[in-house]
Design a protein around this ligand. Structure first.
Ligand SMILES: Nc1ncnc2c1ncn2[C@@H]1O[C@H](COP(=O)(O)OP(=O)(O)OP(=O)(O)O)[C@@H](O)[C@H]1O
Ligand SMILES: [Mg+2]
Length: 319
């Protein structure tokens, strides 16, 4: 790989990859929640769904997408990326989906075909970033897809690694750390911003402190630490976020509205309000969570920490 192609173009300076080779550790939930919380019409955010599962596109954001076609064509032929603008106010999306599963096959023949997926992706993404003037670009990645992950590690400026506190998730984090180090040795300008503990029990303070300290031991020497905020376990809210395609702020509002109408029904003597039919009287999906605000505040705090760490890294780079 030509190290010159890895010099960071200004346009890619705010690109953050969220990755862990282990599945189900919160990559997609964190990408879409942070994007939803940061994005405003005057503070634009781009989500790149680089996962063949397309969960960020179809489930969390509830967008039909192009099955990953445009991103695949950019990787393969360097074609311009198609961006779906304002899927929420200020939130743009490059859709993911099953067509991205072909990246592995492409890269195995790259030496013969002269294909350079990294150069293709960097050029296409830099062009989109320059046009969109994004405050932050968040890339969601799938579990295990090593060739695509390697290309993303050589495209991004920052890396955020979510993990659960179980051994398999922590091993996934260590596997990713090796890929990250290899990318850096090859001259990729990627920097680890931190590790986020996901699906954590906020009451298990001693256990959480131990896990965060173990994570910081793994990170020792990298200059990075775990994020102080962890994302609490809240299965009901997680189900709602995905099934109803809501961002955390949207869920907090929807849940408050539903609680209000439930209260009104109870006052009116309808005692079957807890039966949770498929949808409410006005056709909105029935929500399982009564109070998703604690989870939403975790994401809000994490969003602040992420932006602060980016600002600190940029100040360090200027100095
Ligand atoms: N706060 C939470 N508490 C409990 N479960 C959650 C929470 N947030 C999300 N989940 C659930 O955890 C599962 C994994 O989350 P998510 O899809 O974000 O992980 P992922 O790392 O992107 O997974 P994959 O590797 O398959 O892409 C999902 O079923 C999701 O609904
Ligand atoms: Mg995912």
């Amino acid at each position: 790989m030509n190290p010159e192609t890895l010099t960071q173009p200004t346009a890619l300076q705010r690109v953050v990859l969220v990755a862990n080779q282990k599945g189900g550790v919160g990559k997609t939930s964190i990408v879409t929640a942070l994007a939803g919380l940061i994005a405003r019409p005057d503070r634009r955010v781009l989500v790149v769904d680089a996962d063949p599962q397309g969960n960020a596109t179809a489930s969390d954001l509830g967008v039909e997408g192009d099955r990953g076609r445009s991103l695949m064509l950019s990787l393969q032929y360097g074609e311009p990326l198609q961006v779906q603008t304002d899927v929420r106010p200020g939130l743009d999306l490059v859709a993911g989906g099953p067509l991205l599963a072909q990246v592995g096959a492409l890269t195995t023949t790259a030496a013969q075909t002269g294909l350079d997926v990294v150069a293709n992706l960097r050029t296409a993404l830099a062009e989109v970033c320059a046009r969109g003037n994004y405050t932050v670009v968040l890339i969601d990645s799938g579990p295990g897809d090593a060739p695509l992950l390697d290309a993303l590690l050589r495209t991004t400026r920052y890396l955020v690694v979510p993990t659960k506190d179980d051994d398999a998730s922590l091993s996934g984090m260590e596997l990713l750390a090796l890929r990250y180090l290899r990318a850096r040795q090859e001259g990729a300008p990627v920097e680890l911003l931190g590790v986020v503990l996901f699906d954590a029990n906020p009451r298990a303070t001693a256990r959480n402190a131990q896990v965060l300290s173990d994570i910081d031991d793994v990170l020792a020497g990298s200059g990075a630490t775990s994020f102080p905020t962890m994302i609490r376990s809240d299965r009901a809210a997680a189900l709602d976020l995905r099934a109803a395609h809501l961002t955390p702020a949207e869920l907090v509002a929807a849940s408050a509205a539903q609680n209000k109408s439930r209260l009104a029904r109870l006052r009116g003597g309808k005692h079957r309000a807890d039966r949770k039919p498929e949808s409410t009287d006005n056709g909105e999906p029935r929500l399982w969570s009564r109070d998703p605000s604690a989870l939403a505040s975790d994401y809000q705090a994490l969003a602040r920490e992420l932006l602060t760490r980016i600002a600190t890294a940029e100040a360090g780079a200027r100095a």
